[in-house]
Design a protein around this ligand. Structure first.
Ligand SMILES: Cc1cc2nc3c(=O)[nH]c(=O)nc-3n(C[C@H](O)[C@H](O)[C@H](O)COP(=O)(O)O)c2cc1C
Length: 160
C-alpha cells in the first residue's frame, strides 16, 4: 500500500513520531514548515478561523496514495495553523485519511474532532485517528508509536 504522511512539527516531537511511523510503514513523508513564527494569541487559538500560516507545501498528488496520514501537535486544544492551511488545499475526495496528533496534557480529542471536520470538508473518509502523548522520554514516544501502528495493522486498517 502507498502511504503518505503529511505533518507539521514545531519542536520535534511530532517529527519523532513520524520518523518512527515511516520506518514501520515504509511511507512517503511531507514535512510542512510554517515561516510565520510570530503569531498573535488569537492566531494560535483560532487556527481554523484565522489563516496565519506561511507554509512551504507544494501541490500534493493525493491520487497516488491509498492512505494519507495527517499529523500535528495539539495547540490550545486544536490543530496548528500550518496543518489547517495544507488541508484546505488538499483534494481528499474519497481518500482514506488517518488523523494523528501529539500532546502533553489535554485537548487531543477536541483537536481530532477539529481536524476531522476540516478533512471531511475536503471529501476525506476518516478511517482512524490516534494520539501520542509526548510528555515522556524519547524511547516511550517511539514505543507507543510502534504499538499504535501495530494495532492499526492488526485491525487491517493499514498495511505497510
Ligand atoms: C503553542 C502551543 C500550544 C500547545 N497546546 C497544547 C494543548 O492544548 N494541549 C496539550 O496537551 N499540549 C499542548 N501543547 C504541547 C504540544 O502539543 C506537545 O508538546 C507536542 O507534542 C509538541 O509537538 P512538536 O514537538 O512536534 O511541536 C502546546 C504547545 C505549544 C507550543
Amino acid at each position: 500500500m502507498r502511504n503518505l504522511i503529511i505533518y507539521y512539527s514545531y519542536s520535534g516531537k511530532t517529527c519523532l513520531v513520524v520518523n518512527t511511523m515511516k520506518k514501520e510503514l515504509n511511507s512517503h513523508v511531507m514535512d510542512i514548515a510554517d515561516f510565520n513564527i510570530h503569531k498573535t494569541l488569537l492566531e494560535y487559538m483560532f487556527p481554523t478561523v484565522i489563516d496565519s500560516a506561511i507554509t512551504n507545501h507544494y501541490v500534493i498528488h493525493t491520487d497516488y496514495y491509498d492512505t494519507i496520514f495527517i499529523g500535528t501537535p495539539v495547540w490550545f486544544g486544536s490543530i496548528t495553523p500550518a496543518i489547517h492551511k495544507v488541508i484546505k488545499d488538499l483534494d481528499l475526495k474519497g481518500k482514506n485519511v488517518i488523523l494523528f496528533n501529539t500532546m502533553k496534557i489535554a485537548g487531543a480529542d477536541h483537536a481530532i474532532k477539529r481536524a476531522k471536520k476540516v478533512v471531511e470538508k475536503q471529501g476525506a473518509n476518516v478511517i482512524a485517528a490516534f494520539t501520542i502523548n509526548t510528555n515522556t522520554n524519547k524511547n516511550n514516544i517511539i514505543q507507543s508509536t510502534i504499538n499504535t501502528i501495530n494495532e492499526l495493522k492488526q485491525k487491517n486498517i493499514i498495511t505497510s
